[in-house]
Design a protein around this ligand. Structure first.
Ligand SMILES: O=P(O)(O)OC[C@H]1O[C@H](OP(=O)(O)OP(=O)(O)O)[C@H](O)[C@@H]1O
Ligand SMILES: Nc1nc2[nH]cnc2c(=O)[nH]1
Length: 186
């Protein structure tokens, strides 16, 4: 794919290389595998659209480690086509059997933990459905003060940078999801 097709002219700086992203996915998969192996009936959810790529990376690594686990997608959106989080996080979970969540450990996977709005809404929802415990794993966590009280239990990468990020599933106005590295955009 050439630079133009990839919209790489929008990239201000490469923050994490493809190699660093792969190593981060290795660490997250190891963490997740540990939870799946040691706790009964763990449910793992990941958030569409951005986290599809990271979820695939995790699934591939789990399989390599001999762990076959279905990661269940949930569609959430708060940024729509903008770079600003909206107050309201849309959670589409009609396809999920709520009664199966009761008493279980739930792992929530996402590509980025930024303001924490998305994760905290989903964690609240899972606790309402009776989850015994909610664990959070993200590819990248912004290491910042947040209005909401939330932190990843496992973050593959951390950054204190303030710019909007793209790549490895994260989009910038619908673009750049395909980049194999994490870039600072604006
Ligand atoms: O911590 P927060 O500030 O809530 O941001 C994190 C969320 O924002 C992005 O999703 P978005 O709503 O843009 O939808 P998308 O996954 O379809 O890109 C990202 O994929 C996370 O789910
Ligand atoms: N693509 C992208 N989505 C986000 N959602 C919350 N923060 C970000 C970010 O920096 N980049």
């Amino acid at each position: 794919m050439d630079v133009k097709e990839n919209n790489e002219e929008l990239v201000r700086e490469v923050l994490f290389t493809e190699k660093q992203v792969n190593q981060a996915a290795d660490r997250c998969a190891e963490w997740l595998g540990g939870i799946i192996k040691t706790q009964r009936g763990v449910l793992v959810f990941y958030m569409l659209e951005g986290c599809r790529t990271f979820a695939q990376m995790l699934e591939k690594r789990l399989l390599r480690a001999g762990i076959e686990k279905e990661l269940i997608p949930i569609r959430t959106s708060s940024y729509q086509e903008t770079t600003q989080s909206s107050e309201v996080v849309n959670i589409e979970d009609d396809h999920i059997q709520k009664d199966q969540i009761k008493g279980k450990t739930v792992v929530l996977i996402d590509d980025i933990l930024d303001t924490g709005g998305t994760m905290s809404s989903l964690r609240k929802r899972m606790l309402e459905y009776g989850a015994a415990k909610v664990q959070i794993c993200v590819l990248i966590e912004r290491d910042i003060e947040r209005d909401v009280n939330i932190k990843a239990d496992m973050a593959g990468l951390k950054t204190q940078r303030k710019e909007y990020l793209a790549g490895v599933g994260l989009d910038y106005k619908g673009l750049l999801r395909e980049l194999p590295y994490i870039a600072a955009i604006e």
